[in-house]
Ligand binder design. Structure first.
Ligand SMILES: Cc1cc2nc3c(=O)[nH]c(=O)nc-3n(C[C@H](O)[C@H](O)[C@H](O)COP(=O)(O)OP(=O)(O)OC[C@H]3O[C@@H](n4cnc5c(N)ncnc54)[C@H](O)[C@@H]3O)c2cc1C
Length: 465
């Protein structure tokens, strides 16, 4: 039902009455993502456009009324980046969910932004291809993964979203539509607007179509699990495995607490004797992929020997099902942390060789913070990307602890977020710790794309005055 002063009728003229809702008539899903410390806010309106022209129409209408616009993919983000403004419009891409083309000769897919990673992988798989970007949540949309520059476990070998998106169509904050890049392997023609939009968390433009690179699907894979008696030894092993040249497709560490929780919750038995489990402080999971089974096995043997030399208590080669279940359980470690009562998740990234120092200093920070604070987790060790659940119910104490961790990461040459993004949740740390000259330049870039500041205000930066 239309309310007095509501623009729902005008929105309905653009996207159709069934796809223009007052926020009060929309489900509460549109008011949040999966960030643990960002409170939900129901938007004033939700629209579900069917194509780029409708998206542009909605943005022009928002501009005319001075209303904020927040793009929404699947809402699986972990930093509050798609949490809308109370007076704003959520543009949900759920109806723009077509894989438009799998172009086998150019090894690319052309997709609408609402396509999920699992839908794309199924479509690509039918042609013997794969989209190797694999953040833990395969219900994430292509638009959302582009806007957060999502990574995931396989980034250590295949790279992150940024390395796979070669073309975009997008609607700017002015309502203008641009196309950048294309089905081309290289481009050296002016500023790279594709790369600028990737990772911009819906603050520069709304992505309405993307061209992404695909790769041949590897036929063979082997998974190795190695328990270690201390975390430093695990982290110390990582550069050596990478230097060995075997190019693992997954190289993850999981601390003992997190391993116990994920195996318990998923009822996963890895066949590790109690004596080994009791002395393990952390585990390394290494996956090796190849187009031939014999080569994957050769690499597995090499990695097994290396892990033994590097101090693993033992080395287990997991068969298909346990291997698959362990990777899946690791992908869902976020839900385990949430079930265990984590209050916030951080995904700080540091140079690989700085990880032992990072962990040592975090332990010190947690001890100094006291008041029952705790951290536990796992991470994309090969990328230096640490995922820690932070347990501290008091928001002020937690804020200080998380800030200390972010500060530490930055001081070691890292960044506040390796792949989840800044959103609303990490914004105070980002604004306090980032170089002010760079922040100012970023604001000027934002103004060029979105002069009125209507695209996702409150994300990355505070809203324009
Ligand atoms: C269990 C679990 C595990 C996860 N593991 C990982 C991991 O390993 N690595 C990783 O990187 N992430 C991980 N994530 C986080 C999450 O999956 C990613 O951030 C993902 O990229 C979000 O996609 P989405 O479609 O859900 O986006 P949303 O949450 O809907 O939105 C995210 C951002 O994208 C913007 N956006 C959405 N669509 C568009 C569009 N069409 N145009 C412009 N902006 C848009 C939104 O405004 C927002 O700023 C995990 C999440 C969960 C729940």
């Amino acid at each position: 039902m239309s309310e007095v002063g509501s623009i729902v009728g005008e929105l309905a003229e653009i996207v159709g009455a069934a796809n223009a809702l007052n926020g009060t008539d929309a489900t509460e899903d549109y008011g949040h993502d999966e960030a643990l410390a960002t409170a939900p806010v129901q938007p004033a309106y939700v629209v579900r456009p069917a194509n780029a022209a409708e998206v542009a129409g909605v943005v022009k209408l928002a501009l005319a009324h001075g209303l904020p616009v927040t793009a929404r993919g699947s809402g699986s983000g972990l930093c509050g980046a798609c949490r809308p403004s109370a007076n704003g419009i959520v543009v949900s891409f759920e109806r723009m969910n077509a894989v438009l083309e799998i172009d086998v000769d150019n090894q690319v897919a052309v997709v609408q932004p609402g396509v999920t990673l699992s839908e794309l992988d199924t479509a690509a798989g039918a042609a013997g291809l794969t989209y190797p970007v694999s953040p833990g949540e395969l219900s994430a949309s292509l638009g959302g993964t582009i806007a957060t520059n999502a990574g995931g476990m396989r980034a250590v070998r295949y790279g992150v979203t940024r390395n796979h998106v070669i073309g975009l169509q997008a609607v700017l904050g002015t309502g203008e539509t641009i196309s950048s890049g294309g089905r081309i392997a290289k481009i050296s023609s002016g500023y790279d607007l594709t790369q600028l939009i990737i990772g911009s968390e819906g603050t520069l433009a709304l992505v309405t179509e993307a061209i992404v690179k695909l790769q041949p699907k590897p036929a063979a894979s082997q998974t190795v699990l190695a328990p270690f008696a201390d975390l430093d030894a695990v982290i110390g092993a990582i550069p050596k495995i990478i230097a060995s040249g075997v190019a693992p497709s997954i190289l993850e560490y999981i601390d003992a607490l997190t391993m116990a929780a994920i195996t318990y919750l998923t009822k996963l038995s890895l066949g590790i004797p109690d004596s080994v489990r009791d002395s393990a402080q952390a585990y390394l999971v290494v996956q090796l992929e190849n187009r031939e089974q014999s080569r994957a096995e050769e690499d597995t043997e090499r990695v097994g020997e290396l892990l033994g030399e590097l101090g693993a208590i033992d080395v287990y080669v997991l068969d298909g099902n346990p291997a698959h279940k362990l990777i899946e359980a690791r992908e869902h470690a976020f839900w385990t942390a949430k079930t265990a009562g984590a209050h916030e998740i951080v995904d700080i990234v540091v140079p690989r060789q700085a990880m032992p120092e990072f962990f040592r200093s975090v332990r010190g920070l947690v001890e100094r913070t006291g008041s029952g604070s705790g951290v536990a987790g796992c991470g994309h060790a090969g990328d230096g990307n640490v995922h820690l659940g932070v347990f501290q119910a008091d928001p002020a104490i937690r804020e200080r602890l998380v800030h200390g961790m972010c500060q530490l990461g930055v001081s070691l040459g890292g960044a506040i977020s390796g792949e989840h993004g800044i959103g609303r949740e990490k914004k105070p740390h980002f604004l306090a710790l980032e170089d002010p000259v760079k922040l100012d330049l970023m604001r000027r870039i934002k103004t060029a794309f979105d002069p009125a500041g209507i695209l996702n205000p409150g994300v990355l930066f505070d809203p324009l005055d």
